[in-house]
Design a protein around this ligand. Structure first.
Ligand code: ATR
Length: 273
């Protein structure tokens, strides 16, 4: 019998994960299927029971269940405990094991393009769940320091404390205090949700040089105002879809134990735009 997979969350209609994984199954001729399954907030436990009954082989988790899902795991991978949230689960004979592939997904484009992180100065805008996985990634890859700029200073301070506990030099500021300092950093990341609705970028990028890496984790729209501003300065761009692809590739490899067909998955993802 073929293996079944799902992504759970709410809203889920616009998820690109079914397209990406189905393309991989087709490419490798795997007898597997992947569906989007809407589980509203408050119905996670019953939803998980249902997935276990149909012997789901693995599933991804998105908003709003990434933290609550931790409670229903039998085993927790290190990536998951470090970040405190889960986005990928494997089900082996009824034993649910949780992983977080956001960190590896975030780092994947740097590896693919051979862009250096060691010893760099980072400006991270945003301090939510996604930002935490990003901080863990920069710590793992031995960046020199990170400045966390957030609308609410308190959350930036909390995240900078986390950064320090995992060995990354960090400080916290308010977004409005970034002003014209973007040029002082090697890598600038937008991890806020600003841009999803085509809003203007929350920071200015004027004066950054062509070696600066500018990374927006928003993938829809692809060309956010933040990315457009980076292009005007001729910076090196990493798009949000590259992180999405990176985390899907990692999830695929956890579930199937074989190398993911990167190009086929990329083509399916870009076709979704
Ligand atoms: P995610 O899991 O995607 O990181 P989140 O945890 O809700 O989502 O975090 C959203 C981030 O976007 C936060 O850093 C949030 O700033 P606050 O901590 O001050 O709320 C940021 N954000 C959302 N809307 C914003 C806005 N209009 N201006 C600036 N930052 C905003």
């Amino acid at each position: 019998m073929g293996k079944s997979f799902a992504v759970i969350g709410d809203p889920i209609d616009h998820s690109l994960s079914p397209n990406i994984h189905s393309a991989a199954f087709r490419e490798l001729d795997l007898d597997s299927s992947y569906i989007a399954y809407r589980i509203p907030k408050g119905e996670l436990e019953i939803g998980i029971d249902g997935l276990k009954k149909i012997k789901i082989h693995g599933f991804n988790i998105t908003i709003p269940h990434k933290i609550e899902m931790m409670r229903y795991l039998d085993k927790i991978d290190e990536s998951c405990s470090l970040i405190g949230a889960v986005n990928t689960v494997s089900n082996i004979d009824g034993v649910l094991k949780g992983y977080n592939t956001d960190m590896d997904g975030f780092l994947e484009p740097f590896k693919k393009k051979e862009l250096n992180i060691i010893g760099t100065k980072i400006l991270l805008v945003g301090a939510g769940g996604a930002a935490r996985a990003i901080v863990a990634g920069f710590a793992k890859e031995k960046a020199k320091s990170i400045t966390i700029a957030n609308r609410s200073l308190e959350k930036a301070i909390n995240l900078s404390k986390f950064a320090k506990t995992i060995g990354l030099d960090a400080n916290a500021i308010e977004i409005k205090d970034v002003k014209d300092t973007a040029k002082d950093y090697n890598i600038i990341v937008n991890a806020t949700s600003v841009g999803l609705k085509n809003e203007s970028s929350v920071i200015e990028l004027k004066g950054i040089n062509e070696k600066t890496i500018v990374y927006d984790i928003i993938y829809m729209p692809m060309n956010t105002d933040f990315i457009k501003k980076a292009k005007e300065e001729k910076a090196i761009i990493i798009y949000g879809y590259e992180m999405l692809l990176g985390q899907a590739v990692r999830a695929f490899e956890i579930w199937h134990g074989i190398e993911a067909p990167y190009n086929a998955m990329k083509k399916a993802l870009l076709g979704g735009f």
